[in-house]
Design a protein around this ligand. Sequence first.
Ligand code: CTP
Length: 469
Amino acid sequence: MRTKLHPQSDTDGLLTQIGELSESTDMPVYAVGGFVRDCLLNHPVDEIDFVVIGDGPQFASNACKAMKGHGWVVYKKFGTASFMVDNFRLEFVTARKEIYQADSRNPEVLSTDLAEDLSRRDFTVNTMAMHLDTKHFGLIIDPFKGKKDIKKKLIRTPLDPVQTFSEDPLRIMRAARFASQLQFEIHPDALQAMQMERERLKIVSQERITAELLKILSHPRPSIGLRILQKTQVFEIIFPEISALVGIEQRDTYHHKDVFEHTMKVLDNVAAVSDNLLLRFSALVHDIGKPRVKRFVDDIGWTFHGHEVTGVRMLKPIAQKLKLSNEYQKYSREMTRLHMRPIQLIGEDVTDSAIRRLIVDSGDKLEDLMTLCRADITSGNPNRVKRHLTNFDYVAKRIEEVEEKDRMRAFQSPVRGDEIMKAMEIQPGPYVGIFKRRIEEAILEGIIPNEHDAAFNFLHQIKEDVLSE
Ligand code: CTP
């Protein structure tokens, strides 16, 4: 069945132009994939994919000239080309099928017709195409019932899922990513195929896998995609240190919390208040050292002493393997190293210098560290959560107080000692300090502004008073 789509009005003009060009060059062109999906979902778009029944790069080159596009990029080998118009990237691809051989990272690309091109795409929600010609403009071709799956909030493959995932194993990651991004379910058959085909991810480049992982982290509830990677045992292949967090052990009457479940909660808590991807990644790995240091101590239960130190050590090779930037490595190691510190500062008898050490050690990451630590409170008991959060408020207050004190200590009278001695006609001695302090207090009390001349005048006003004491 064909349905008429109403594309977002700001893309209407562009699409009409492409449609006219397609008619004049006699080369059928359709808008496809994510663009059609996002229009149906009413999501904003910044990229439009087109499929060309013919030479994609050739059509794109004509379109780029006609539309005065910029930022031209072409991959002849893959039959794709793209350029920018206004704020949209327009991406053109020759109708094609890509086939990965069993042991190859690079697909073989063969051209084909629209029906086969759509069938070789990843998920039904991405297999819709939209007519651009004058007569049928806005009609969508939906051979795999993508529209229905959008309604059902379902990720399903157009072909047998084993074939779809085997042809391009990166789609295993993409399925989990779309589940997080769209908050859709994955069809059970697809889930099963993801698990079956997971080993094939080994032929995909690490950069592409990591890019999808970071995309999962960037969505509002990252735990949706990560739980899928866990359930399908994909983490065992791409990030075994995360799957090692799974499991609850029972000894005597003690059981320790499932660290994976705890991590998912911490991550979603962080994601609810911060878009910072570095912080979200740190939330994912902050307890990564726990499985290696866990110990059962009689009468105490499970302990994880030093897990932050072990975590920091583990994160270097992990970041290298994931091909993460140095910034990710440095930031996540810092957060992991420090994540137990604020909680240790709870209590009346903590000295200013302990607080000051945390301020200095965490530097510009202090606020992020406090966000992570608050997110780290995942107890199921609401009273306990409340008590812990109140304790954190207390630590935050102490930090503020110490910072304020330090600011005051750094603050000095704008009139210096030599000048005081000369103006007050006094010798070095305790009076110099007394004058200085009186000026500083007057500034802090807001009696005079923090300026030299005001302080100098004030000095003369208090002269008699001070010297007669
Ligand atoms: N596609 C595919 N298999 C892949 C990658 C892409 O079948 N491994 C197809 C899908 O039809 C997809 C289209 O190519 O819709 C464009 O891919 P891409 O731009 O990566 O994804 P979008 O669906 O546009 O989504 P987003 O922009 O949110 O990543």
